[in-house]
Design a protein around this ligand. Structure first.
Ligand SMILES: NC(=O)c1ccc[n+]([C@@H]2O[C@H](COP(=O)([O-])OP(=O)(O)OC[C@H]3O[C@@H](n4cnc5c(N)ncnc54)[C@H](O)[C@@H]3O)[C@@H](O)[C@H]2O)c1
Length: 356
């Protein structure tokens, strides 16, 4: 088996977890990250701290490249140098926020859509047989989930138990005729292109449409990183702005570790042009109100929140991922973290960093 894995966004939440995991399996990891998260979200968002930690922990198995994924020639040179040694590609670099995308639509599209075809084409030219994993998003379904017949409970919205998607929304939901946000639309372009490289060029590509991805590796910023930012606000006694839906919107949360074990399963038995909804599902989900309650219990501190009676455009009122298709293809894979376990770990990992 080829022993090199190329990981974009390697200093970010998902990328860094992937670096540790695959280096731990004995693969050499080539990371691509230019700390553009710092440009998107300011100092809170910079992933430089995570990169430094990573380099120290992983040592010689990790090589970092400060390449911008918009730099087509730079990526091609990198892949040309590695050639068929590349046995796996994980493309997790992105502009990840709805709100930010509307500020600079060209930048968002260049990073998310054009950056993805740059990665696909470099892989096709130099390492066509390497499984190519792309971190897409449930925002490709736009605001269609908001047309579900939700009922209001005391701390959350919920689907009736007899609804076909009570256990989670599956991949048959339409991606058409809905409001995606500029970010959602650039991710759709990338998502379809990854599928197309699978079908058209017969490459082992997979699209993982994530719900809320989280873990202690997140550089928690107001515009991105839900559970990490909830915990940061409680620990630092910052005020968290809740946008709309009475704080009862539901998110499923998957720990970066559980996502990466799913990637490993795909790497070991790749398929062509797959799409998977991927998240914490029924096992791991919460509303904002519930997340703050758990964070307060863990820290012993009161949460400071401010309610803004205007939801973010295109934001989901309720999302729980249906992971049935993935579980059917990879029955050995299991979720191991639920929301309280995720929040506790974020708390413990950041005790020296986030102080009031
Ligand atoms: N975190 C979530 O809740 C979530 C949910 C669904 C999908 N996703 C997707 O998962 C992927 C990873 O998300 P994450 O939470 O790890 O994000 P992240 O922001 O923590 O990491 C992304 C990394 O990519 C880097 N990057 C951005 N633009 C770059 C560029 N032009 N060139 C090189 N590097 C660049 C950033 O500096 C950052 O370190 C993204 O594609 C995101 O859209 C995330």
């Amino acid at each position: 088996m080829s022993s090199v894995v190329v990981i974009t966004g390697s200093a970010g939440l998902i990328g860094s977890e992937a670096v540790r995991h695959f280096a731990g399996l004995g693969m050499d990891v080539v990371g691509v990250d230019n700390d553009m998260r710092g440009y998107f979200f300011g100092a809170d968002g910079s992933t430089q701290w995570n990169l430094q930690r990573l380099v120290k922990e992983v040592g010689d198995r990790y090589t970092h490249h400060n390449v911008d994924i918009r730099d087509r020639d730079g990526l091609d040179r990198l892949f040309a140098g590695l050639g068929s040694a590349v046995g796996l590609v994980i493309h997790a670099a992105a502009q990840p926020s709805h709100d930010w995308a509307a500020r600079e639509p060209f930048t968002d599209f260049d990073v998310n859509a054009v950056g993805t075809i740059n990665m696909l084409e470099a892989t096709r030219r130099h390492a066509k047989d390497a499984p190519f994993i792309f971190t897409s998003t449930n925002k490709v379904y736009g605001d269609t989930p908001n047309s579900l017949p939700l009922i209001e409970l005391s701390s959350r919205y919920e689907l009736p138990e007899d609804h076909k998607w009570y256990g989670g929304i599956d991949e048959t939901m339409s991606i058409d005729s809905s409001m995606h946000s500029v970010f959602g639309a650039s991710k759709v372009a990338a998502d379809i292109m990854v599928q197309e490289y699978g079908r058209y060029f017969d490459m082992p590509t997979a699209v993982f449409r994530g719900g809320t991805l989280t873990g202690p590796g997140h550089s928690a910023a107001e515009l991105h990183g839900f559970l990490a930012y909830v915990m940061r606000c409680v620990m630092e006694q910052r005020t968290y702005k809740i946008f709309g839906y009475k704080g009862k919107m539901v998110r499923d949360a998957i720990h970066s570790h559980d996502l990466i074990t799913a990637f490993e399963a795909f790497h070991r038995a790749p398929r062509v042009a797959e799409i998977y909804n991927m998240g914490g599902g029924r096992f791991s989900n919460c509303s904002h109100i519930e997340a703050f309650k758990i964070a307060s219990e863990i820290t012993g501190l009161e949460a400071r929140t401010e309610y803004v009676d205007q939801n973010r455009m295109g934001d989901h009122q309720w999302w729980i991922s249906g992971t049935g298709r993935f579980e059917q293809h990879y029955p050995e894979w299991k979720l191991t973290y639920d929301v309280p376990a995720i929040l506790r770990e974020i708390y413990e990992a950041n005790q020296d960093v986030w102080k009031s």
